[in-house]
Each structure stands twice: as C-alpha cells, then as structure tokens.
Design a protein around this ligand. Sequence first.
Ligand code: SAM
Length: 375
Amino acid sequence: MAKKDAKINLLDHSEAKVGLYGRYLSIFLNILSRSPINTIHLFDLFCGEGVFEDGGKGSPIVALETIRNHFFNNNKTCPNINIVFNDTGFSEIEPTKLKTDRVKENASKIFKPKNVNVGYVNIDYSVLIEKVINRTDKLRSNERALVFIDPWGYKEIDPNDIKKLLSNGKTEVILFLPIYFMARFVEKSRDDEFKGGKAIRKFIELLFGSIDNYPKSKSQKEFIYKIQEQFKVFLNLKYVDTFKIERESNNWFCLFFFTNNKKGFQKMIEAKWLIDKKHGTEFKIGEDLKMDLFDEIEVSNYTEKVSSFLKNNLAATNIDLMNFGLENNFLPPHTKKVLDEIKLNHGIDIISLDGLPARSYYLGDEKRLVNIKIR
Ligand SMILES: C[S@@+](CC[C@H](N)C(=O)[O-])C[C@H]1O[C@@H](n2cnc3c(N)ncnc32)[C@H](O)[C@@H]1O
C-alpha cells in the first residue's frame, strides 16, 4: 500500500500529537476556570490545514472543539479566550487557498461561545514569535497564555524564545520536535566542517552553551531525556515534561510541555499515564509497546536519584518526596515502586510526627506528614 502523505492526511503520530494537545488544553481550561484567572490567550503558531483530506482534525479544530466541550460541560461558561491561528502556507489540499482560510471555513461550523475571539494571521514564525513574546510580557495578573509550536522541522526553534515566553510566569508552551532528524546528526555535528549538522549544532549550542557540554546519547529516548533535563536547567524551570511519539520503526517525535504551574503539571502527567496505564510516556505505532515504567525509571536513573535524595535529606517528608517525584516527571505510585526497591536493598524507616513508625509512605496524602528515612 502506498504511504499516505503527512501533508494532506492526519497520520497516526499527528493524531496522537493533537490528541495530547487537546487534553492539555482541556486540563488548562479546567484549572483556570476554577481560579481568579478570567482571560486566556491561545497561540497556535503553525496551525496547518485545519481539516485534512481524510477528515482528520488538526490542532485548530481540536482546540475549538475542546473549548466548545468545556463550555457545555461547565454550565455554558468558560473564561474569555483570545485565539490566534497562524500559518504562512498555502493549502496542499486546495492550493488556491491559504491554510488559515481553510481553518476559518471549518472553524465556522463549530459552536463558539460569545466570549471566545479568533484571529487568523499569516506571519512568518521568526517575526511572529517576537510579537507573541511582547504580548505575553504584558499579561495582567488575571490572564494566562498557552503557546503551541508545531513546526515541520526545528531550524526556526530557538530555546531562547522559549525562555523569553516562560519568563513572565504566566505562559505555558507546548513544543513538538522531530527527534529522529535531530538525534541522527548530533554526534557528527561535533565536527564543525560537517555541513549537514549545522542546524542541530546550533540548537545544541544554544541549549547547552557548547556542543562539548552535550553528553553522548545511546538512543533517541536518551536524547529526549537529555534535552528535557537541559531545558530544566536552561529555563530554570522545574516543570518540563515530554511525550514520545513513534512515527515509523524507530522514528521518534516528541512533545515537550513547559509550565510554571505545579497543579497543571501534575494533572498533565496523570493524564499522560492514563492514556495507557503501563506505557504512559509514549505512543508507538502498529506494534507492541515495548517501553514501560521500568524502562522510564532506568533511562532517567530515577532509583539512584531517589536514593541520593534520601541520603542527602534525612528529614525528607512524604510531601518532599512527592514533589521530588513530580520534578522528575513521576507520580506517587511510581515513586512508591522505587521506594519499595530501596527498602528491600537498604531498609527504610517511615516515622510519624509523634515519633512512632508509620505503616505507609503516604506519598499522595498532603494532610498527613511522615519522615521517610533511608537506613
Ligand atoms: C506540522 S505543520 C502544523 C500542523 C498543525 N499544527 C496541525 O495540527 O495540523 C507545520 C505548518 O507550519 C507552516 N509553516 C512552515 N514554515 C512556517 C513559518 N516560517 N511560519 C509560519 N508557518 C510556517 C506550514 O505551512 C505547516 O502548515
């Protein structure tokens, strides 16, 4: 069977991508609509076709449907939302039309609450990103923004722009990166004579300071982990999460989520693991999912991290461990698994405030405080 063209059809990996984006937006709206925030700005900077030839829905349609569903599930209410859909391209399906015109046509068929405004623009990303940074820098205390960056490649993506977007503490960013194309040449790009490595070298230099600071990765998954951890350092941000998506065999893409909001971050990690209880961190097409929680713990060296956290913090509480888990992209049940292993190998004491031994780690329980101590 002929391969489907990703530019006119919504392939499985893109469906997984926009599905996760929709889920994130839904969580974002649920949290913010129960807070003093009254206005949300949504920027989709590479919005695409809207609806594909095979009927698949792209990010703008997914966003509008998510907003509509939020409205009807919340007594016909939602925060004020200002949306910008941007794309400079002409449609691959109807070549005489701009992609944003197709989005506009399809958007008009979706119910939109009165306090939701949509604008369509056709500005090159490199110009628009500056405008978005300027706009989000002016957000008031009761406003928040979500920026979705979904390019075809990664050449335009400058980690400094992500830093500028996040620096106001009121903006969240979702970035989609083609890992396979990046990881493929990263080692060769250490040689600055190698022409095919220019773009990846530039990206790594911006993120790590120098190509020499980039530690070699054994796999694309390790590459993703290193990029994620370096983003945390570069942005001075605790909450960076990823979701890996495989297009064909060993051709990985990845969604990166950046936020300052602990609650939103936790809800997103929970949603991610709910997609598939065992394989919550990735979407793999057409064959058995191979990576599970234990691989994830291994790639990130999580057991050693928890172990040294406990050794360096003898007064660590269940709340400290829960937060530590979250900052390392794990939920309480995952940390519990690791603690059980450490308990078996070293021994662990759990002590209540009254000094008596407690029976459980109480990792998700913010009302009860216990000290968790490695022996
Ligand atoms: C991966 S697609 C976006 C897919 C879309 N988010 C969806 O869910 O269907 C990337 C889009 O970026 C647009 N594009 C490419 N270079 C651009 C640039 N420099 N500025 C703005 N848009 C650009 C292309 O026309 C294309 O539609």
